[in-house]
Ligand binder design. Structure first.
Ligand code: BGC
Length: 469
C-alpha cells in the first residue's frame, strides 16, 4: 500500500469503490426479500376475487392462502442442503427462476386446485429465497455491516408487501386477480438477471477448497488486502472446526438449546398474528365496517406503508436500545392494540368514530410488529447459532417460521367462525402478552456482544437469557 498522497487518494477511491460494490451486491441479493414480501402481500388482494369466481368456501380460501407457506417450509428445509451443494448464488438463481415460472402458473390457473399447486411451487421459491438470501448477505458483508444487511433484507420484505398491496389496488378495478398474481413474475426475472452478475460467496468457495477464487471475490468487496488476508484466515479457521447439522444437534446439548431458541423465536414472531392481517386485511377492514372492495384495498395500502415506515424505527433503535427493550415495547403495543380491536368488535363497530378507532388499532398493531418482532427475530436467529451449526440452526428456525405462518394462515377464518370475531383477536392479544414474559425468561440481549462471546456463553451452558452478557 502506498503512503504517497497519490497512493492514499487511490486507496481511498478503491475503498469507496469496494463499499459501493458491497452495497450493490447486497441490494441485488436483498431483492430476494422483495419476492418474499410480494408473495405475502399479493394474496389478500386477489383472494376475494378468486373466491367469487370459483365459489371457494372459507376452508378452500384458507388452503389457497396457506399452500404457499407449506411450499416455503419445504423450500427452506431443502435449501440448506442445496445452498451447500451448488452454492448460495446458484440456489438463489434457481429460486428466482422457479418464482417466475410459478407466478405464471398461478396467473393462468383454470381452477382452485391448479392455483394451490402453483402456490406450493411459488412457496418453494420463497422458502429458498428466505433461507439463502440472509445467509449470502451475512457472508459477503464485512462484519461491521452485517446487522444492517440483515435489516435490509427485512426492509425489502416490507417493501415487497407494500408493492403487492399497491399492485392489488391497481388491478382491483377490473377484479383482475390473474394480473395481480402474474405481474410479480417481472421482478423475479429482474432478480434472476441481477443475480448473474453477483460474485459467489467467498465462504462457500473456501468450503470447496477454491481459495483463489474466494480471494478474488474478497479483494473486490474489502477495503484492503490486509482485511482480505485476515478474513480468509478466519474463515479457514472456522472451516476447520466445522462439523455441522444433525451430528452436532444430537451430540451437543448446548447446540440443541440454541436451535430450540431459534425455533421458539420464530413461533413467537408468527403467533403475534402479523400474517393474519397481511393475508386477510380486506376481511378485517370489512369487519371494521368498510364494505367496498375499493376501501378495503386502500386500507391494505396504508397497512403496507405503516409496515415499511415502522421498520425504520427498528433499524434506528436496534443497536442503541438493544433487542429486549424493543421486543417488550412491541409485544405490549401489539397486545393492547389487538385487545382494543377485539373490544370494539365485541361492542359492534357501528359509528364512524368507532370505525376510525378500529383502523387506528390495526395500524398500531402493525407498527408494533414492524418496529420489533419483524426485524428483531431474524437478527436474533442469526446471532444465537454457533458457527459450526449456523446453517443448520438457521434452516431449522426458518422452516418453523413458515410452519407457524401456515398454521396462523390456515386457521384464521375457522377461528373467526368458531370462536367469534372479538374472541379471535383477544386470543392473539393474550399470546402477545405471554410473549412479554417469554422475552424476559428466555431471550438474550445480544446488543454489542460479539458472536464469539455469545457462542462461548452458549457452549459453557449459561442460561439462554444470559448469552449476551
Ligand atoms: C415475517 C413475515 C411477515 C413480515 C411482515 C417478516 O419478518 O417473517 O412472516 O409477513 O415480516 O412484514
Amino acid at each position: 500500500m502506498s503512503a504517497t498522497p497519490h497512493g492514499l487518494a487511490a486507496n481511498a477511491a478503491a475503498h469507496t469503490h469496494n463499499r459501493l460494490h458491497v452495497v450493490l451486491t447486497s441490494v441485488i441479493a436483498a431483492l430476494a426479500g422483495l419476492l418474499f414480501g410480494l408473495d405475502i402481500g399479493v394474496i389478500s388482494g386477489a383472494l376475494p376475487f378468486i373466491a367469487r369466481q370459483f365459489h371457494v368456501s372459507d376452508q378452500g380460501q384458507e388452503w389457497i392462502v396457506s399452500s404457499m407457506m407449506v411450499g416455503a417450509a419445504l423450500g427452506a428445509l431443502g435449501s440448506g442442503w442445496m445452498a451447500k451443494a451448488i452454492g448460495r448464488k446458484y440456489s438463489l438463481m434457481i429460486g428466482a427462476a422457479l418464482f417466475a415460472c410459478a407466478s405464471g402458473l398461478c396467473a393462468f390457473a383454470p381452477n382452485p386446485e391448479m392455483l394451490i399447486a402453483g402456490r406450493v411451487l411459488l412457496g418453494l421459491a420463497v422458502g429458498i429465497a428466505s433461507f439463502t438470501a440472509p445467509l449470502y448477505l451475512s457472508e459477503i458483508a464485512p462484519p461491521n455491516m452485517r446487522g444492517a444487511m440483515i435489516s435490509l433484507h427485512q426492509l425489502m420484505v416490507t417493501v415487497g408487501i407494500l408493492a403487492a398491496f399497491l399492485s392489488n389496488t391497481a388491478f382491483s378495478g377490473a377484479g383482475d386477480w390473474r394480473w395481480m398474481l402474474g405481474v410479480i413474475a417481472f421482478p423475479a426475472l429482474a432478480l434472476l438477471i441481477g443475480l448473474i452478475f453477483l460474485p459467489r460467496s467467498p465462504r462457500w468457495l473456501m468450503s470447496r477448497g477454491r481459495n483463489e477464487e474466494a480471494a478474488k471475490v474478497l479483494e473486490r468487496l474489502r477495503s484492503d488486502s490486509k482485511a482480505v488476508d485476515t478474513e480468509m484466515r478466519e474463515i479457514a479457521d472456522q472451516l476447520k472446526v466445522e462439523f455441522q447439522g444433525w451430528g452436532l444437534f444430537f451430540s451437543n446439548p448446548n447446540f440443541r438449546r440454541s436451535v430450540w431458541l431459534g425455533v421458539l423465536l420464530q413461533v413467537m414472531q408468527q403467533l403475534t398474528g402479523i400474517n393474519v392481517v397481511m393475508y386477510y386485511a380486506p376481511r378485517i377492514f370489512g369487519l371494521a365496517g368498510y364494505g367496498t372492495a375499493h376501501d378495503q384495498l386502500w386500507g391494505t395500502v396504508i397497512v403496507g406503508v405503516v409496515n415499511v415506515a415502522a421498520t425504520f424505527i427498528a433499524i434506528g433503535l436496534v443497536d442503541r436500545w438493544g433487542r429486549k427493550p424493543i421486543l417488550y415495547t412491541g409485544f405490549t403495543v401489539m397486545a393492547l392494540a389487538l385487545a382494543s380491536l377485539g373490544g370494539l368488535l365485541h361492542m359492534g363497530v357501528t359509528s364512524g368514530a368507532s370505525q376510525m378507532i378500529a383502523v387506528a388499532m390495526l395500524l398500531l398493531f402493525i407498527a408494533g410488529f414492524a418496529m420489533s418482532a419483524g426485524p428483531m427475530i431474524w437478527i436474533l436467529c442469526a446471532e444465537i447459532q454457533p458457527i459450526k451449526g449456523r446453517d443448520f440452526g438457521i434452516a431449522a428456525s426458518t422452516f418453523v417460521n413458515w410452519v407457524a405462518n401456515t398454521i396462523a394462515g390456515a386457521t384464521f377464518l375457522t377461528l373467526l367462525n368458531t370462536l367469534g370475531h372479538a374472541q379471535t383477536f383477544w386470543l392473539y392479544a393474550a399470546m402477545n402478552a405471554a410473549f412479554i414474559l417469554l422475552t424476559f425468561w428466555l431471550i438474550p440481549e445480544t446488543k454489542g456482544a460479539s458472536l464469539e462471546k455469545i457462542e462461548r456463553n452458549l457452549m459453557a451452558g449459561r442460561a439462554l437469557r444470559q448469552l449476551g452478557e
